[in-house]
Design a protein around this ligand. Sequence first.
Ligand SMILES: [Zn+2]
Length: 57
Amino acid sequence: MKSCWEIHRLVSEGQDRKFGFGERLAVRMHLLMCSACRRFERQMKLMRQALRRFPGE
Ligand SMILES: [Zn+2]
């Protein structure tokens, strides 16, 4: 079981695409059970989308 800070680090580094199957599953399971990390992941996603919308600068 991953701890919240591990999840935060992985999510904030945007590494979820590089995960192996087991690791991605562990993160998904944690997000299902942990509303704090769910909220954090959602914020990171919104931030990355915003950054893509305004490239450069
Ligand atoms: Zn958590």
